[in-house]
Design a binder for this molecule. Structure first.
Ligand code: XMP
Length: 506
């Protein structure tokens, strides 16, 4: 259950890594909604995530009290721990100062979720509110220097709370807490994995599309290629892949996508819609507006292609974090409207949109791709945003700026792909911030553009760290760019993690 914590996806993924399927639900669901989920899922337990609020704040997220009393196993983490504690009659106080970072917990009761803990455990926490004392029916399981109730359990219901974050790697034995909850408290069995679910994904596509025709936009990324492979298994020759050249692609992209479709044995139609896209984007500088325009142009292009071949369905490679980051509950804020979700116009001419990967994380998609026989270099291709270079040219997009960025980006990509660092990098690319700066080229003063290099390490793009690249490598890239792209006089390196930055600049 999502209380707005950045760690919510991490919890869901950790559960899945244990071979047990998990989904994120909004905190405003009712006991009735939860009951309704049981028609689709064998719901065995609920984990309440952390979140940025204080339970005493106006408008702080709450949960349906009936769920707490229903007897379903519950593990509250951080904010979830405090909220549960307040429902169960504990004394929760608003702290004057926040506690943040590494600490240790004294484990008093080695039972339930803490059954595999030692007397003292390294933990990681970040909280404001603190649970101070408990009523008789609650047992204190752990304390820390500043938290007299750092973990608790209900004496008769399968309800636990931990103030620290078991889902982050800095909590040394956090995995043992989660697996004790999943297996001992919820009595789950480790039977799920994404690869095993392939026949179901294929059946679901068949059921949704039947004998109709469908198109899929092939962007070259692993998500759309995997969705295409699944769809091609499901509906065979009724699938047509479409590559839209929107003028926002990287150097050599069109050729590489054509080769990829051939490799996957998928029928491909290429459409040059760059005039329409760039025309619609002309003079627009707001990033969200740009995403919406691109989403709209994509759909209009697909509609044109679809009507030409009488296809009624659109298949998309949307994955789980795309849906959640585009805002899934009444309260969660939209970080970016990813064009393949929130950026779609509401009026579309397709009978339906089918998203076979909608419940999977990227690493799970990669496993599905491998199990479908996709070549390794395609499986590990870097993600590339749907709106393409439009979110890497800041502000208004012009052909001139795109051309400069493409040349610089090709250098960054070529150099980093053959570097040692390549293996640990999630994404690397060039950004065109659109500012001009003074430099010296040859013997004279030059006034030209700035290019920024972005290279990050990440596991699933929800968080990321800037990569600590070698100076000689960065110097080589910088020299190549200023030598080979005359319009550029200065190269900078982005040293911002996510959060507080995002991976893309827009
Ligand atoms: P951010 O910039 O939000 O990016 O940290 C997280 C991941 O998502 C990609 N990204 C997008 N993908 N449509 C997409 O399909 C979008 O509008 C979009 N914006 C960002 C980004 O490249 C990174 O992998």
């Amino acid at each position: 259950m999502d209380f707005g914590g950045q760690y919510c996806h991490l919890i869901a993924r950790r559960v899945r890594e244990n071979g047990v399927y998990s989904e994120i639900v909004a905190n405003d669901i009712t006991a009735g909604d939860l009951e309704g989920l049981k028609s689709r899922l064998n719901v065995r337990g609920l984990i309440l995530s952390g979140g940025p609020s204080s339970i005493y704040e106006d408008g702080a997220p709450k949960m349906d009290r009936q769920i707490v009393d229903s007897g379903i196993p519950i593990l509250g983490i951080c904010y979830g721990h405090q909220l549960l504690a307040s429902y169960l009659g504990c004394n929760v106080v608003r702290a004057h100062k926040q506690e943040y970072g590494s600490s240790y917990a004294n484990i008093k009761l080695r039972e339930g979720v803490l059954k595999d803990m030692s007397a003292k455990e390294d933990i990681w926490m970040s909280h404001g509110d603190t649970v101070l004392s408990v009523p008789n029916h609650i047992k204190v399981m752990a304390t820390t220097e500043n938290c007299p109730v750092a973990a608790f359990m209900h004496e008769s219901l399968p309800i636990f709370g931990v103030q620290w974050h078991p889902e982050v790697v800095h909590t040394k034995h956090g995995d043992k807490i989660l697996s004790a909850f999943i297996f001992d408290v919820c009595k789950c069995r480790p039977t799920w994995n994404a690869q095993k679910t392939v026949p179901k994904y294929v059946d679901d596509i068949k059921a949704a599309i039947g004998d109709s025709k469908a198109i899929i936009a092939l962007s070259g990324g692993v998500d759309s290629s995997t969705a295409a492979l699944l769809a091609s298994r499901a509906i065979g020759k009724n699938l047509t892949a479409v590559f839209v050249d929107n003028g926002l692609m990287r150097e050599g992209e069109a050729a590489s996508i054509a080769a990829m479709a051939k490799n996957l044995n998928i029928n491909l139609v290429s459409v040059d819609a760059s005039k329409e896209f760039l025309g619609a984007l002309s003079g627009v500088s707001d990033p969200e507006q740009k995403r919406k325009i691109i989403g709209r142009e994509f759909i209009r292009t697909f509609e044109r292609v679809a009507s030409g071949i009488n296809a009624q369905y659109l298949i998309q490679g949307t994955i789980y974090p795309d849906r959640i980051e585009s805002g899934h509950s009444k309260k969660s804020s939209v970080i970016k409207t990813h064009h393949n979700v929130g950026g779609l116009p509401t009026e579309i001419k397709f009978k339906g949109i089918v998203e076979p990967l909608r419940d999977l994380y990227k690493d799970e998609v990669r496993k599905v791709a491998t199990s479908l026989g996709m070549p390794e270099e395609m499986v590990h291709r870097q993600p590339f945003p749907g709106p393409g270079l439009a979110v890497r040219v800041l502000g208004d997009v012009t052909v001139h700026k795109l051309d400069i960025l493409r040349k610089a980006d090709a250098i960054v990509t070529a150099e980093l792909s053959k570097s040692e660092a390549n293996k640990r990098l999630w994404q690397y690319f060039a950004v065109f911030p659109g500012i001009k700066s003074t430099g010296v080229k040859g013997d004279s003063r030059a006034y030209g553009y700035v290019i920024t290099i972005r290279a990050v390490e990440s596991r699933e793009a929800m968080t990321a760290s800037f990569a600590e690249l070698d100076w000689p490598l960065l110097r080589r890239i910088s020299t190549l760019i200023t030598n080979q792209v005359p319009e550029i006089v200065r190269v900078t390196y982005d040293i911002t993690d996510k959060p507080p930055g995002t991976i893309e600049w827009e």
